[in-house]
Design a protein around this ligand. Structure first.
Ligand SMILES: [Zn+2]
Length: 303
């Protein structure tokens, strides 16, 4: 009888231990459209989340395919976090067709960063027929570190709604992130102060927020419109335009074509500078802080 009682007790303890450890290990599934948002989620939520990024730094976030493997990831997600403003318009709506109610637009589990930051380059006339892929304004919002504070705050609010039991944890993590990033912003402004007014050319308008943050002067873009590849006539126009100017670099993201940049670089001797663009964009940009440290280092190197 006593043996039977012990056996039952052991079984119950094992069951309790099993479930307690499962509960401790369970974490929210974060589906980020881009690496910067996966990195932000790790900053705010630490080991309470498992993050997945749909794209990596060598993929153009405008143009990936809605693969079945991404669909299964979205289906399992408790929250999705993306740039929005049409950056993912070619693939995210397809993924969301089969996703749960909790991550649909309007739900706490659907966070679009552009809704929480001041957008720049909002066109006065929208003409999609001309190939403009930024019809609602520039969607590459993560490259102003001040925007990461705003989106980080909203992310901690959303996580609290979805997982109220860990509200204090998310608040504490956000406060620590806010303090660390605010201090870093002061340092980046100081270390980047001589970059103000430095003339650069861009390829796509992917770096506009970084350019604005450091006060660079963009004198030309190799794409005639965002998303429209450079034409020979446009490149010649840019070449003539920069002849009498002191352009220090042609900036582009790792996933952008080097064709136009190399052509101008060869003609005018202007460095073709690949900046990391997002977390993982080069071996030194392993997180949000390193991304800006590295970008600043590269910009200062051509000053
Ligand atoms: Zn773009």
């Amino acid at each position: 009888m006593r043996d039977l009682f012990s056996k039952i007790l052991l079984t119950m303890s094992a069951a309790f231990l099993c479930c307690a450890s499962f509960s401790a290990a369970a974490s929210l599934q974060v589906f980020a459209c881009e690496p910067e948002w996966a990195s932000l989620a790790s900053e705010i939520a630490g080991d309470k989340v498992k993050t997945f990024s749909a794209t990596h730094a060598r993929q153009n976030p405008h143009y990936i395919k809605a693969r079945p493997s991404l669909m299964s990831k979205v289906r399992r997600a408790d929250i999705i976090i993306c740039s929005g403003a049409d950056l993912e318009v070619g693939w995210l709506p397809l993924l969301l067709e089969r996703a749960s109610v909790g991550v649909q637009p309007g739900s706490p589990g659907n966070l679009m960063a552009y809704q929480y930051v001041p957008l720049i380059e909002i066109p006065t006339v929208i003409d999609r027929s001309m190939g403009d892929v930024h019809p609602d304004g520039n969607p590459h919002v993560h490259l102003d570190p001040q925007n990461l504070l705003l989106v980080g705050k909203e992310l901690s609010n959303r996580l609290t709604l979805i997982d109220p039991g860990n509200a204090q944890f998310y608040q504490k993590r956000y406060d620590a992130f806010e303090s660390r990033l605010s201090q870093a912003i002061i340092r980046w402004r100081e270390e980047g102060k001589d970059l103000r007014g430095m003339q650069i050319i861009t390829n796509h308008k992917s770096l506009s927020y970084l350019i604005k943050f450091f006060g660079l002067e963009e004198v030309a873009s190799l794409e005639p419109r965002p998303g429209l590849p450079p034409t020979a006539s446009h490149l010649k126009k840019v070449l003539n335009q920069v002849e009498s100017q002191n352009v220090r670099a042609i900036l582009r993201a790792p996933y952008e074509s080097d064709k136009g940049a190399k052509w101008i670089s060869a003609k005018r001797g202007i460095p073709d500078l690949v900046v990391p663009y997002t977390v993982g964009g080069d071996s030194e940009s392993g997180d949000i802080f390193a991304l800006f440290d590295r970008s600043l280092e590269l910009l200062n190197s051509v000053r």
